[in-house]
Design a protein around this ligand. Structure first.
Ligand SMILES: Cc1cc2nc3c(=O)[nH]c(=O)nc-3n(C[C@H](O)[C@H](O)[C@H](O)COP(=O)(O)OP(=O)(O)OC[C@H]3O[C@@H](n4cnc5c(N)ncnc54)[C@H](O)[C@@H]3O)c2cc1C
Length: 406
């Protein structure tokens, strides 16, 4: 496969079909002059809506979390499902695992980030991850299996059997831990097991949770987690894990369930690309037009870009729209505006019907913040889906949730 697009066309290649890639492709398809081709290469044929992943463990359907690319992208965008293994910025092509070469005149790199294990190799095989729908399903099955599988009588053994350890006190770890106690206790009831046997620990290497937010938010979220029954250990770094044992710097925990949410790093294909330079945060350095430093017509967006607010879906969508506008502007010989960083809003649900929302100096907690989170989900989806698909997807997800609650 690859591409055989005539050279007289301006060949635009988008790598990655996540938030940033989809936002870029939709805008380019609408505004780009006809003498351009738009091609997307992505590993999966759907967009994974990470912000709703944690709900998949307790209620949501995979339908709500994985949205097929064909439902979001206009026909004008040619989509290839392939895993990119190399980007060559000299020869101007990307190479797929299939052996295909994808040539470009304009490249948009939107390949996101991946889990970092900080050199603790055993985590890759023994810990449960939380960065994809398949990992969320694996975790959901693992939890259900804990209740179906135990044959212990000894109380100590039962306590370690139902001991859940979540590592990482960032937004994902906080959300997962917040939901875990209630979910595990309801599974215990279904399986006629004593719910008091369930323990949920949250481990953080830093001296507070949610270190990207202000201290007052960390304190309120910590108090809320404690009310829900989560044990919080701060200043504890995981050094290794083994079968059924987690070694922190100064203590050992026995568990069958280690959920690793502690690290994120740049996509390794980008890390290995010759010609990219990197920021202190180890993201790709970009100029004021979001081009990779020293490389014209190679744009970097979303989690991969070394900008202040990268690492969030809202930034990836914003970047995608900016880059599409820039590429269209160049094609139409219009004046190009510089990229302006856009401050983000943080919204974190902590257990049922409670959340923390922060935008600039404005902070709210409790049910209103929890509802804002749902509103934000709607806003994101409405930006990457057509209105018709957006409504039907949410109705489907809602219907599914009703059925699974019955
Ligand atoms: C559990 C979780 C919860 C989150 N919650 C929130 C939240 O509430 N709010 C928020 O704003 N952000 C949230 N985020 C962060 C947000 O999801 C990311 O910042 C956003 O997805 C980044 O968009 P992106 O386009 O850069 O990358 P992604 O959306 O990750 O897209 C990358 C795309 O590239 C593809 N790809 C990767 N490698 C290759 C390859 N080698 N070849 C081909 N294709 C490849 C992937 O399949 C994917 O389609 C959360 C993230 C996680 C993991």
């Amino acid at each position: 496969m690859g591409n055989n697009i005539p050279r007289k066309m301006n060949r635009i290649l988008i790598l990655g079909g996540g938030f940033g890639g989809v936002a870029t492709a939709r805008k380019l398809a609408k505004d780009m002059p006809e003498n351009s081709s738009i091609q997307m290469v992505s590993m999966k044929n759907y967009l994974e809506y990470y912000p709703a992943l944690y709900r998949m463990i307790t209620s949501s359907s995979p339908i709500e979390v994985c949205v097929p690319l064909y439902e979001m992208l206009p026909e004008r965008v040619a989509v290839d499902i392939d895993e990119i293994i190399e980007i060559d910025v000299v020869e101007k092509h990307a190479i797929g695992k299939s052996g295909s070469k994808y040539f470009y005149d304009t490249l948009i790199v939107a390949m996101g980030s991946e889990t970092a294990y900080f050199g603790i190799e055993s985590l890759k095989t023994m810990a449960l991850g939380f960065r994809s729908a398949s990992e969320a399903i694996k975790l959901k099955n693992h939890l259900a299996h804990l209740f179906a599988s135990h044959s212990h009588q000894d109380k100590n053994e039962l306590v370690s059997h139902y001991h859940i350890v979540v590592v990482g006190g960032g937004p994902t770890g906080v959300e997962v831990a917040g939901d875990m106690v209630a979910h595990m206790r309801s599974l215990a009831k279904i399986h006629q097991t004593d719910p008091s046997l369930v323990t949920v620990d949250l481990i953080e290497a830093n001296n507070r949770l949610l270190s990207m937010m202000s201290e007052d938010v960390s304190d309120r979220v910590m108090a809320r987690l404690r009310t829900l029954g989560v044990n919080i250990f701060l200043n504890r770094q995981l050094v290794k894990n083994d079968i059924e044992e987690v070694f922190l710097k100064d203590m050992t925990l026995e568990t069958k369930t280690l959920i690793w949410t502690a690290g994120t790093q740049l996509n390794s294909v980008c890390t290995n690309t010759k010609g990219f330079t990197f920021t202190d945060r180890k993201r790709i350095a970009v100029n004021e037009y979001m081009e990779a430093v020293g490389l014209s017509d190679v744009y970097i967006i979303g989690d991969a870009a070394g900008t202040k607010y990268s690492g969030l879906a809202q930034t990836a969508i914003y970047d995608g729209k900016y880059v599409a506008k820039t590429v269209v502007g160049k094609a139409k010989n219009k004046k190009i505006e510089k990229y302006k960083e856009k401050p983000v809003a943080f919204s974190i649900p902590v257990g049922d019907s409670w959340g923390a929302f922060k935008m600039g100096k404005f902070t709210i907690y409790g049910y209103p913040a929890y509802m804002i989170r749902h509103a934000i989900d709607f806003i994101y989806f409405s930006q990457v889906l057509s209105f018709k698909n957006f409504i039907s997807l949410f109705l489907e997800g809602f219907k599914y949730r009703k059925v699974s609650e019955e």
